[in-house]
Design a protein around this ligand. Sequence first.
Ligand code: CP
Ligand code: NVA
Length: 311
Amino acid sequence: MRGLKGRDLLSISDLSREELVYILEVSKMLKGRYYAGEVIIPLLNGKTLAMIFQKPSTRTRVSFEVAMYQLGGYALYLNWNDLQLGRGESIADTARVLSRYVNGITARVLKHTDLEELAKYSSVPVINALSDLEHPCQALADVLTIWEKKGRLEGIKLAFVGDGSDNVLHSLLLACAKLGINISIATPPGYEPKKEILRIAEEEGSRYGSLIEIVREPEVAVRGADVIYTDVWVSMGQESERAKRISDLSRYRVTVDLMKLAKEDAIFMHCLPARRGEEVVDEVIDGKWSVVWDQAENRLHVQKALLSLLL
Ligand code: CP
Ligand code: NVA
């Protein structure tokens, strides 16, 4: 395994299977130490992280900021429009300048290509805090949660119900493929995962024993599933497509009846924020199946691992 120090994390495919597992192990270790009372572990003493946000955030912003604090470092929240970026300074110039001040950059952007541009001109690691294409930090926290709840990853069946072209699903698909998690995606025509992501996932899936299928009926996807996962039907930046998306995806709601078709001990996951009553009903997200709060908490532990390894 080559070292992770100094590397970018724009996509789950930037990580080998070995590296992914290693990040999960470090996350688990840091979480254990946190619960044992070691809240501050100064692995990043004196280090700084710039956090650029072009879209709103609750979990990602707060967990990154708290992670840096707990590692002895410091995080700066930078709203895209408050930076000179908002007035047209180039991404390349911004990257060059920030690299002279900070030890790492995390960015949430509308266009994934902007993130690639940022990484190209930064001399410090760049971490994807969500783009239109992927949300790798979320997927890492998700697989950690599955590992904790199910005690294993290989052979688990995850059913994703909803928008198959979702950024969170793209990262999750790549992570599942690498970890031998089977994934069944229930999505309507025209909402399939991006071809290139699916191609990589299928290639890795065949190497690591993960079966990937795309089906039309939610009832088929959830049959025998250990994990039911969904995300919003209208992601940030897609607001103008709202009416069409709601109508196309209305059959893909996670309901109590749907949960009952999965395994007896199935869990329900959602990256949050949820649109209650749209992709999931209250009875499920607040019900016995739901692990969404543990899942959200794991963002903190995983990002502590990531930051300490990359920075
Ligand atoms: N899941 C997630 O990334 O949440 P935020 O948009 O609140 O950061
Ligand atoms: N797919 C959602 C995820 C939010 C964390 C979005 O991009 O808005």
